[in-house]
Design a protein around this ligand. Sequence first.
Ligand SMILES: [Zn+2]
Length: 63
Amino acid sequence: MARELFCDHCERTLTSTAYRVISEDPGGVLLNMLVCHPCNQKARELGLETREITLDELQLKRG
Ligand SMILES: [Zn+2]
């Protein structure tokens, strides 16, 4: 029933929680990736904005 989701960066299977990495500038969104926990930590080290998102939320949004 639930579709498997994968990290957009390392292709690891996402478990209960994923992270959306967002990078925007005045011209628009530069980056919008769904990543796993380790990739989220790397993104934060690089100074990117990340937002935690549950897979339930994602499944609902993707229908
Ligand atoms: Zn990853």
